[in-house]
Design a protein around this ligand. Structure first.
Ligand code: HEM
Length: 184
């Protein structure tokens, strides 16, 4: 599945079940010239690849969600709060975006984002914050910051053992909101 390609690119630093290999078990590092040729995608390319793969996966995602809500498959509210707590912890450690979270009330943000994810995944919570454009206006979020934040979102779910389908669905929701948070 092509999606695994960018999932693996996003978490190239981590031990991930991309192909069942750990980083240590992967092919030996390429020679410098070869490595340069296989350079990582730019943030713009990574966003475009994410969006294309999510568009291709949309039907399968909808079919899965019709059968069982993403909320239930994530493990309900407690599991979602655990994921969000880990995302915010990683954001504070992420050089590219930590400054954006310096003055934020973590507990309030965790509660609010957990409501948001619960609601969009089919749970019964109601997100009571502002719409995504209003929340992110003026933050000057560029594609590289968008990808930096996405890496944390994905890494948090991988480290907490969230399933590959559920990770794809959350990441594709994240991708679907790109136009509401980048350049607004
Ligand atoms: C693309 C998908 C994204 C979604 C669905 C999303 C969702 C949210 C939600 C629900 C909140 C809570 C708002 C509130 O309670 O009022 C929030 C806050 C925030 N988001 Fe995002 N976000 C996204 C992307 C990003 C990115 C890429 C960044 C930065 C690189 C970012 C930075 C922030 C910050 C700093 C806050 C805290 C605002 C504050 O409390 O002052 N978000 N986001």
């Amino acid at each position: 599945m092509r999606l695994k390609g960018w999932l693996c690119v996003l978490v190239a630093f981590a031990v991930v079940a991309c192909s069942g290999e750990t980083v240590e078990e992967a092919e030996p590092a390429a020679e410098p010239a070869e490595a340069e040729a296989a350079a990582e995608p730019t943030p713009d390319e990574a966003v475009a690849a994410m969006q294309a793969d999510c568009a291709a996966a949309a039907e399968a995602i909808a079919a899965r969600q019709a059968e069982s809500s993403l909320y239930d498959r994530l493990g309900g509210r407690e599991a979602i709060e655990g994921v969000v707590t880990e995302i915010i912890r990683l954001h504070h450690e992420n050089e590219a975006i930590a400054h954006m979270f310096e003055d934020v009330d973590d507990a309030a943000l965790i509660a609010s984002v957990s409501d948001y994810i619960s609601e969009i995944s089919g749970g019964d919570a109601t997100y009571e914050g502002e719409d995504m454009v209003s929340v992110h206006t003026g933050m000057d979020i560029t594609n590289d910051l968008f990808i930096a934040a996405g890496v944390d979102v994905q890494a948090a779910m991988v480290s907490l053992g969230i399933g590959e389908n559920e990770i794809q669905e959350i990441m594709c929701h994240f991708a679907s909101k790109h136009g509401e948070v980048v350049g607004v």
